[in-house]
Each structure stands twice: as C-alpha cells, then as structure tokens.
Design a protein around this ligand. Structure first.
Ligand SMILES: *[C@@H]1O[C@H](CO)[C@@H](O)[C@H](O)[C@H]1NC(C)=O
Ligand SMILES: *[C@@H]1O[C@H](CO)[C@@H](O)[C@H](O)[C@H]1NC(C)=O
Ligand SMILES: *[C@@H]1O[C@H](CO)[C@@H](O)[C@H](O)[C@H]1NC(C)=O
Length: 434
C-alpha cells in the first residue's frame, strides 16, 4: 500500500512537471514575432497569469481605481481600405511569384495567402472584436480574485462606478468587463456613467488645444520617425521583406507598415489562425517595424513632450481614493490615455531620448509590452495598521513607482510627490493657447 502511494505520488509529480513544462513550452519565446506587434500585440501574451489574492500583512484592500485601454478591435477605416486595395493586389502578386514552388514561400504559407480575405465592413471600423470581449471578461475575473474586498461579487450602484469614452469599443469593453464581474443574468441592471462627447478626464488630450498645437500637429514631433522611415536600416528591412515574400519590386514603407499592422490585428483576433501578412517578417525585421511605432508613440504620447494634461486623469484617481464614493472605479479609454498616464508616472522612461539614428534595443519604452490591446493601470488602496497605502499595477503586474521607495507606497508620500497634479491641474489653464 505504501509503495502504491509512492508510485501514485511519483506519477502525479511527473504529471505536474510535464504540465508545467508544457506551459513554459507554449509560452512565447521573447524573439517570437507575435511579441513585437506594437499597439496591436495580443493581450493574451502579456497579462499576469498569477491571479492569487494579493495580501500584505496588517493591510486590507479597500478601494480600486483602474483605467483600461479597450480590448482588441477592428482596424480603422484607412486600414480597412488598405486591406481591400493594397493587400488584395499584393496577395495576387505573391501567389503569382511563388507559383509552382518558384518562390521562397512554402505550400502551407501559400495556402494561408490563398484563403486570405478581408470582410470587415467599413461601418464597423474600430469595433470591439470577440477576442476583445474575452479579454475584458477574463481580466475582470482575475482582478476580482486578486482584490475580493475592493471588488465585490455583488453589484451595487453606490460601490461600483463604470465610465467609458463615447466610442463603441470603450462602451462594449465596459459591458463585457461587468459580465466578468457579476452574474450575467443580473448585468442589465448595471449603471454606466453617461459618455461625454468632450471628456477632459478619460481623453484629456483630444480636446486639449495646446497639446494639439504643440504636439499632435507640430511637424517637429514627427522628425525622428520620418528620418527613421528613410534610414538605411529601414531600407534594408523593406528589401528583406520583399525578398522573403518572393517579390521583385521593392515594397514601399507604406506597404510594409500596412502589412505589419494587419499582421498584428489578425494575430490578435484569432488564437488558432495564422495571418499570412506576418510571413514577410522575421525576428530581425519585425523589431525594426516595432521601433518605428515606438518612436512615433514616444514623441506623440510619451516622453518626447511633458504630457502635462495627463494630470487630469491622475487627479481623478486621488480624488476617488480620498472621497466617500465608490470602492471600485473602472474607466475605459484608449492607447493615448494609457501612454500619457505612464509618462506622467515616470514609468518605462528610456535613459536617452529615442532617436532615428539607431534602434535602442534595450529600451523600456516598448509599446508591445506597455500598450498592447486591453492595457491597463490600476491603483489599489490598502488600509493598513500604519496608514493608507497605494499599490500600483500595470498589465496586472505590481510595479514600483520611481518616486516611491516601496511597491506598497504610503498615500501621504504619493500625495506629496504629486502635489502639482492634485492642486495645479486646471484643464482650461493647461490646455488653452494664450
Ligand atoms: C441606486 O439605485 C437605487 C435603486 O434603483 C436608486 O434609488 C438610487 O438613486 C441609485 N443610486 C445612484 C447613486 O445612482
Ligand atoms: C532609403 O530609400 C529612400 C527611398 O528610396 C531614399 O530616399 C533614401 O535616401 C534611402 N536612405 C538611405 C540611407 O539610403
Ligand atoms: C480653472 O481656471 C479657470 C480660469 O483660468 C477658472 O475659471 C476655473 O474655475 C478653474 N477651474 C477649476 C475647476 O478650478
């Protein structure tokens, strides 16, 4: 009997080992091109799989405030048109050049091209996809497991606050998030804050005249990204992608960027299907396209400028934490919101500005990691024996803010560090052009 027990033990142990091994084996290698799809990288490769309750001694999770980028969406109108014109033509060229085993693509790869089509209607541009719905449901479930006191299982309109921007993708993200939190047969009673056409909190930049003028519409903002687009590294990349697809006319930057974008979208949408538009890339060229996007986001939404208006959303966090309001606040917004808030928090700041002259390989500013679909930032208020403390999470992982000594940061310290954010953040003053 004893021996039998041992054998069962050994068998189950090896099963566990096998199971764990399989899990690691199925995780993506860091070089895998699916890890480098910029702001269209799938969240399923990036989230924190550990959803155990997060505890600190002598503390209790009391409130949560979280801002999320909407989940995986359909392309914008420009990309849909590009798929229907540029990519449909390229598909024909690629099939022709690779006919009868003449080209470098394999039979399987050609089958993917043969079967490729785009049937996204223009009317549904940027709509949330099924994958985006799943991301929100599962994300909500994990957050509730981690912070069961702050995020109750039972819905109450006084303790929960849901708000989204006036867009289909943010509104639907909010809806599916609540499905993850509550019994689905009760979700119809959930109240959502009315969406604002001009939302100076969730989309503080969009109607900020000063940011529009000094950053978004300022030609200087695009200087480095334009230079990088004409660099030798990029030209070599365009040539390499052309060759890998068996084409003889060198692809343009616009064509390759469109392929990169669609490779990202289609990889995000489908767990078990391949996007043939990824076949043009390898681990070297994909990283050049990734840098091209990171460079642009660095200047438009990141450290290239101060992004002062981001105080608007951070102020909302402090206000929520210190008031008697809801214990769980969930805000559904956009990539531009997430990146500027990360910048305001001084997270992922490269040591030197990102420039066109060389790819900064070790940069922490990598949109594939920090701004993929469904990216999110959460602040959790812990009531501790020795006072109120704030825990910060990004992509569901605990992060230490550079201005705090510890991950669990005393509220009073944080308020001191963000004094200007709390007391000197007036949208009219920051955003009007004198
Ligand atoms: C919450 O719901 C109750 C009952 O439906 C309603 O009377 C109350 O005004 C609501 N409170 C808020 C803050 O909307
Ligand atoms: C890259 O190609 C573009 C377009 O053909 C050209 O204008 C540019 O000078 C090239 N850059 C380099 C560094 O060769
Ligand atoms: C912001 O400043 C303007 C004047 O610059 C003032 O009229 C307004 O009341 C201020 N808003 C807040 C919320 O303090």
């Amino acid at each position: 009997m004893k021996q039998c027990h041992d054998i069962i033990f050994v068998i189950s142990l090896s099963l566990i080992v096998l199971f764990c091994y399989n899990l690691t084996a199925s995780a993506l290698k860091s070089d895998d091109i699916r890890n480098h799809l910029g702001t269209r990288t799938p969240y399923r490769f990036k989230y924190n799989k550990d959803d155990n309750k997060i505890c600190f001694q002598n503390c209790k999770d009391d409130k949560i405030w979280m801002v999320l980028r909407h989940g995986t969406r359909l392309p914008n109108d420009k990309d849909i048109v590009g798929m229907n014109t540029i990519l449909k033509q390229l598909k024909i060229d690629i099939l022709l050049k690779n006919q009868n085993g003449k080209g470098p693509l394999s039979k399987e790869q050609l089958d993917w091209f043969e079967n490729w089509n785009n049937n996204t209607p223009l009317a549904k541009e940027r709509y949330l996809t099924i994958e985006g719905q799943d991301e929100m449901i599962l994300l909500a479930e994990r957050m509730q497991k981690r912070f069961p006191n702050a995020i109750k299982k039972k819905y109450n309109n006084e303790t929960f606050l849901f708000r989204y921007t006036a867009t289909q993708r943010a509104q639907q993200s909010a809806r599916y998030f609540t499905i993850g939190l509550f019994d689905s047969n009760k979700f119809q009673h959930i109240q959502f804050e009315p969406a604002l056409e001009v939302d100076t909190t969730l989309r503080f930049y969009k109607h900020c005249a000063k940011w529009q003028k000094q950053v978004k519409k300022n030609p200087d903002t695009y200087k480095e990204v334009t230079l990088f687009g004409q660099s030798k590294v990029m030209n070599d990349t365009l040539l390499a992608v052309t060759k890998k697809l068996g084409l003889d006319k060198t692809l343009t930057l616009d064509q390759v960027v469109l392929m990169y974008r669609v490779c990202g979208y289609e990889t995000s949408w489908h767990k078990y299907m391949k996007s043939p538009w990824c076949f043009g890339f390898d681990e070297k060229t994909i990283k050049v396209l990734e840098y091209f996007e990171d460079l642009k986001k660095y200047w438009v939404d990141g450290y290239g400028y101060t992004q002062r208006a981001a105080c608007m959303i951070m102020k909302n966090m402090f206000h929520t934490m210190s008031s008697n309001g809801p214990s769980a606040t969930f805000l559904f917004a956009h990539s531009g919101t997430i990146l500027k808030l990360l910048t305001h928090l001084q997270l992922y700041k490269p040591q030197c500005p990102l420039l066109a002259d060389a790819v900064d390989e070790g940069r922490p500013w990598r949109t594939s990691d920090i701004d993929c679909f469904a990216s999110n930032i959460a602040f959790v208020l812990f009531k501790c024996n020795d006072g109120d403390k704030i825990l910060t999470l990004h992509q569901e992982k605990i992060v230490k803010l550079p201005m705090c000594d510890t991950e669990l940061c005393p509220m009073a310290d944080l308020e001191k560090q963000f004094h200007n954010t709390i007391h000197n953040c007036n949208f009219t003053d920051i955003c009007s052009i004198d």
